[in-house]
Design a protein. Structure first.
Length: 283
């Protein structure tokens, strides 16, 4: 399954393939909760899943959004109706940076049929497609999904491995340039970046219309950073969420593949700071 799906293609899939599960993962750094937006209007049948409490473990030394416990993730997905062999589509408010976390998590969990809605809910509305305020009930018993989480199917870096990749390959920092340079840090205790990492803000994956750039444009962007086929590459951000969109973008660009994806430093900058590792500034 291609990692991106258009609103029109999703609408067709919902008509032709009732087993398609749509996950609404709208979220804002600092709030308010995305569930408020979901309860007002969402893709019909979509199930809201919370990034902080359902797609991440509790914050701590592992970072602000550590990987969730596999059993907990399986429970969340089954309650949303995810079944083996089904198709899952995740969307956020627009640029896909949060929805990409779901795409990455499900791939990490061994589920291949997952995609991100290109342009998110904003694109769905712009296409004039129907919306709903009806909140589906959580599925239980025989009505629930049967997906089995098999963790470890995507490469994950720890701090030492991230440092080594920044030196020996390419480590991309998905945060905004001022945070990368250490000019500001609104969330974590230290400002700056992992020494040797290169800045590739996640916002650069999309165009002015909020839709993802095409494969050639993305490939050219990464080539400008020295990333091409055969180069070991990984990504990080503040807490491992938006960096997932870098992993996705590299695959869309054809630089990596589903069989050989880029690595994710899941703990990211929040874990790096918690470990009191060396910090670089400027850039």
């Amino acid at each position: 399954m291609h990692p991106l799906i258009t609103p029109e293609a999703l609408a067709d899939a919902l008509s032709a393939r009732p087993a398609t599960v749509v996950l609404d993962v709208r979220w804002r750094l600092g709030g308010p909760p995305g569930r408020q937006d979901y309860e007002v209007s969402h893709v019909p049948g979509a199930v809201y899943v919370d990034l902080d409490t359902e797609l991440s473990a509790a914050p701590g030394a592992g970072g602000r959004h550590p990987l969730p416990d596999p059993e907990r993730l399986q429970e969340v997905l089954r309650r949303a109706g995810v079944r083996e062999g089904a198709q899952v589509v995740a969307y956020d408010a627009g640029d896909g940076s949060v929805a990409a976390r779901v795409w990455w998590l499900l791939r990490w969990a061994g589920f291949a049929e997952v995609a991100v809605l290109d342009g998110g809910f904003a694109a769905w509305e712009a296409a004039g497609l129907p919306v709903s305020a009806e909140v589906p009930e959580a599925l239980t018993g025989d009505a629930a999904g049967d997906v089995v989480v098999r963790p470890g199917q995507m490469p994950v870096l720890d701090a030492d491995e991230a440092a080594a990749l920044a030196s020996e390959g390419v480590l991309l920092d998905a945060r905004a340039a001022p945070r990368y340079r250490g000019e500001t840090e609104p969330v974590d205790p230290k400002a700056g970046h992992i020494p040797g990492a290169l800045n590739a803000p996640a916002t650069g994956h999309v165009g002015a219309d909020g839709r993802w750039l095409g494969p050639q444009e993305l490939a050219a962007r990464f080539a400008g950073l020295g990333v091409s086929g055969g180069v070991a590459v990984g990504a990080y951000c503040g807490s491992g969420v938006t960096a997932s969109s870098v992993v996705l973008a590299l695959e869309v660009a054809g630089i990596t593949s589903a069989e050989k994806p880029a690595a994710l430093y899941a703990g990211s900058w929040s874990n790096w700071c918690a470990l009191d590792r060396e910090v670089a500034t400027g850039g």
